[in-house]
Each structure stands twice: as structure tokens, then as C-alpha cells.
Design a protein around this ligand. Structure first.
Ligand code: FER
Length: 317
């Protein structure tokens, strides 16, 4: 029965198309320490927490996403590019940092949305422009360009109807990203066009894409992040077949998931593989679900590590 898998998905994910769970209240420290190791996920499947599944970075205050007075602001623009791989003109939302100038070259973060989203989703969920304006003003992130493309590489790339039916287009985006998006960005903006200045991260479906494309293109990306990565994530053995290569090439590999997110087993498997094979990574399990606050908070901390070496690292709660 071809319908059965779809029916199953609708049962597992009743709140499509956004697929973000309603925001649970952040758990207090006391609630966190009373966590039972196993509970119902409600989204995706049962959740079993192990000893490594801990919060690495505290929940930041909401003011991280509030516009501050008296600081320089970057710019957001929706730009179009011709995609040879899809055969259409496509859109991407691009943030350039405060004082962006052609006299300088900037590193670039490519940021990928979830299955129910499009090129506007990250901005709606997490205001990366505000997070970065605030971090850059405080000296806690380096000025960078953030590119938010549409990860559904098909002619009709709107998130309408059965969003799960577009899963193959999320896989096809690999070609669009490598052959169309990145060249378009590098010809239009003043960028540092090498692996050490290119990052790839995403949420859910986009987290799976980031791990799939990033870990198999270590010559293109040195900084990779998967937040609440979805079941489109390939197996850890396929993505990290050569741990020594991953270790020598990666500047940062960030995995995160909420401990109320029924997709956590995907990230847990990857984390275990990395640990068993000695590949350094960040594993941040907070007390959120499959929701925008988790994505915002992890983007916030991820950006503070990006394009900086360990010595320059400063964590800002
Ligand atoms: C799935 C469950 C969730 C899946 C994708 C998702 C491709 C994506 C969720 C999201 O992006 O929020 O089985 O299969």
C-alpha cells in the first residue's frame, strides 16, 4: 500500500505544514534534573535520554532577539538567482552585516529551513538578522553574510499541499546549493570563497540536508550544524566513513535537539558515532521540543563559534 507511509507520517506529524510544535515553557533547572530517562515524544517517536544527552549551553534570555537601540544594523534582501539545476529563477533571503562593504570579504553561513518552510522561514522563526546585529555589536560574532535559500529544489517550490511529498526535492537541493546558490552568492557579494569561510546549518529537514551535504563535501564546508535533524539524515556510517578526515577537516560540527523532540534519535545516533570515532563535536540537548526557540537558541550559540578559532571563543548567555 503506497498510502500507508503517508498516513503514518500524518499521524506522527499532525501539525503540518509548519511542523513546529507549540512552544513549551522553558523548564526550570529543578524540572530538568528530575527528567525521567524515557518519555513519550508526541512528535516522531518515543524519547530515550542517555548520559550524553545534556544541555551544553544555557537557554539564553529572549532579549537576544530584541532589536537594540543605538547599534549598527545589517540588511536583509530577497534576491533572485537562475538555477540551472532546477530550471527556474529562485529566491533566497540574504543578510549582510552592519557596514557591509565591497572593500572587505566576508565569510558566509548557508542556513536551511524545515519541511514546511521556504526562504522566509528562518527569518520568521528566529530573526537571524537581529541575533547577528546584536552579537556583532557586542563583539561576540564576526561580521558574516547569512544566506537563506529555498531547500525544495523543484519548479514549484512553495510549501503547499502535502509537504512530505517534496522530500526528494530536498535531496535534489544538493546540486542547486553547490552549482547554483553558492556561485550566485560568490559572484554577487564580496565573500571569502573557501571552505574555512563557508558554513552550512539548518533546522529539521534543513538540518538533515546540512549533515548530508556538508559532511560529504568537507572540501566545501568546514563549519556544519544540524538542529533537530529530520529522518532525511543519512546514516552516520555513510556520512562519516572516514573519521580521521572529518576530524582534520571540520572546524565545527554542531548537533542539537530538544529533549522533548521525538526526532532526537536521529541526532543521538550521529552523536554516538562521532563520539565512538573520536570526531570532536558540540552536542546540545536542551529542554525544548521541535520548535523555533530551540532553533533560535542554537543558531545564536552556533554563530558565536563560527569563523573563529578556539582561542577567540567567547560564550555569551
Ligand atoms: C519525517 C519526519 C519529519 C521526515 C521529515 C521530517 C523526510 C521533517 C520535519 C521538519 O522539517 O520539520 O519522517 O521525512
Amino acid at each position: 500500500m503506497r498510502l500507508l507511509p503517508l498516513l503514518l507520517l500524518f499521524t506522527l506529524f499532525p501539525n503540518r505544514p509548519a511542523l513546529a510544535q507549540t512552544e513549551p515553557k522553558a523548564a526550570s533547572q529543578a524540572e530538568k534534573s528530575e527528567q525521567t530517562p524515557r518519555r513519550r515524544g508526541g512528535f516522531g517517536g518515543p524519547i530515550e535520554l542517555g548520559p550524553d544527552d545534556k544541555q551544553a549551553y544555557p537557554d539564553p534570555p529572549d532579549r537576544i532577539a530584541q532589536k537594540r537601540d543605538g547599534i549598527a544594523r545589517g540588511n536583509l534582501e530577497m534576491v533572485e538567482y537562475d538555477s540551472k539545476s532546477v530550471g527556474t529563477t529562485r529566491k533566497m533571503n540574504v543578510y549582510t552585516p552592519p557596514g557591509y562593504s565591497k572593500e572587505r570579504r566576508y565569510p558566509v553561513l548557508y542556513l536551511l529551513h524545515g519541511i514546511g518552510g521556504d526562504e522566509t522561514e528562518w527569518q520568521r522563526f528566529a530573526t537571524p538578522d537581529v541575533l547577528l546585529d546584536n552579537l556583532i555589536a557586542a563583539g561576540q560574532a564576526v561580521p558574516m553574510i547569512v544566506v537563506m535559500p529555498n531547500g525544495r529544489a523543484q519548479k514549484n517550490d512553495r510549501a503547499t499541499g502535502n509537504v512530505f511529498a517534496a522530500a526528494p526535492a530536498f535531496a535534489a537541493f544538493e546540486q542547486d546549493l553547490l552549482k547554483d546558490v553558492i556561485p550566485a552568492v560568490e559572484s554577487r557579494y564580496s565573500v571569502q570563497a573557501d571552505r574555512e569561510h563557508r558554513a552550512l546549518a539548518g533546522l529539521s529537514m534543513g538540518g538533515g540536508q546540512s549533515l548530508n551535504f556538508g559532511l560529504t563535501h568537507l572540501d566545501t564546508f568546514a563549519w556544519i550544524g544540524g538542529f533537530s535533524s529530520a529522518p532525511n539524515t543519512k546514516s552516520p556510517e555513510e556520512l562519516v566513513p572516514d573519521p580521521a578526515k572529518a576530524k582534520s577537516h571540520l572546524k565545527l560540527l554542531w548537533l542539537s535537539c530538544g529533549n522533548k523532540d521525538g526526532l532526537i534519535r536521529i541526532s543521538q545516533r550521529m552523536q554516538r558515532h562521532l563520539k565512538e570515532n573520536g570526531v570532536p563535536h558540540i552536542w546540545n540537548v536542551d529542554s525544548h521540543g521541535h520548535d523555533p526557540t530551540h532553533w533560535r537558541n542554537n543558531l545564536y550559540y552556533f554563530c558565536q563559534r563560527l569563523f573563529q578559532d578556539e582561542r577567540a571563543e567567547k560564550a555569551a548567555p
